[in-house]
Design a protein around this ligand. Structure first.
Ligand code: SIN
Length: 283
């Protein structure tokens, strides 16, 4: 392994920058293992100066597992697994809320790889929050209550019909996606399948209710949890430069794409690696 390889933590709970490797080239087994271990520790990793084509990004992501094809977002012409998030005045972003990617499926992504292609002159940072730190920040009494609960996740909360009806074809695609993704349930507290650590696993983007509780209790508890996970203590914020790459563990984090840059344009490419069915196991 190169002597110049360096891992610099960006905070006590979440985030590290890694330098001294090239993600566009096939990773050795040793480097791949190092990234896996760093993800378990830091949950989101940042890499500067990593120009990458959609095909190389797909190959990199594929090292980690099978890839998800998004039901409504557009993709790169050469790789349907690479989502293109091209936002500007006429296409404002829809990810300026705290969310974990694609929790509306049975096996939500294990991780995601995001590449910065075109950035606004200023702004457009992304923030990540650690579900592990957020869970550990709760009282033992509340941790115990949450550990037995389930939450409902709904595709249409982040992808409502009115944002996907610009043309009949787009609306048809949305209708098919909504029909294929009815609301489903995941545990409110999730055990990481590799580290065994517990993480809060509700997100404002997709979580609609706690079906084991009466409506008013569900609303009040979710409102508290959404506020709790957004505390700066649990976060890291990344100021992008073009050709930066971020890789995050989507099982135990959520993120917020700051929409402060409009009407300027921002283009990001995301590859999304499928994960396993979330479960909770007592520690
Ligand atoms: C995402 O929400 O997955 C992408 C975040 C970003 O565009 O910064």
């Amino acid at each position: 392994m190169s002597n110049s390889l360096r891992i610099t933590p960006l905070g006590p709970h979440i985030g590290a920058e890694i330098s001294g490797l090239t993600l566009a080239e096939p990773l050795s087994g040793q480097l791949f293992e190092l990234i896996q271990q760093a993800l378990l520790t830091h949950q989101v990793l940042f890499f500067r100066e990593q120009p990458i084509t959609p095909l190389s990004q797909r190959a990199l992501a594929h090292r980690f597992g099978d890839l998800h094809i998004h039901p409504v977002y557009p993709h790169a012409p050469e790789a349907e697994e690479i989502i293109v998030l091209d936002t500007h005045h006429d296409n404002p972003p829809d990810n300026d809320n705290w969310h974990t990617d694609v929790t509306f499926i049975e096996t939500p992504p294990a991780l995601a790889i995001l590449a910065a292609k075109q950035l606004p002159p200023v702004g457009g940072d992304t923030l990540w929050a650690s579900g592990i730190a957020a869970f550990e920040g709760l009282s033992p009494q509340l941790q115990q209550l949450l550990a037995g609960l389930e939450a409902e996740h709904d595709f249409t909360k982040s992808f409502p019909a009115h944002r996907h009806n610009a043309s009949p074809a787009e609306y048809r695609r949305w209708q098919e996606a909504a029909a294929r993704h009815p609301p489903l349930r995941h545990p409110v507290v999730r055990t990481h399948p590799l580290s065994g650590r517990q993480a809060l696993f509700v997100n404002e983007g997709f979580t609609t209710r706690l079906p084991n509780l009466p409506t008013q209790e569900s609303e009040a508890l979710l409102a508290f949890l959404f506020r709790h996970i957004a505390r700066p203590e649990y976060q890291v914020r990344w100021r992008w430069r073009e050709n930066d790459i971020a890789i995050w563990d989507n099982r135990v984090t959520q993120h917020y794409a700051n929409a402060d840059y409009l009407p300027a344009r921002r283009i990001m490419h995301r590859a999304t690696v499928l994960g396993d069915k979330p479960f909770w196991r007592a520690s």
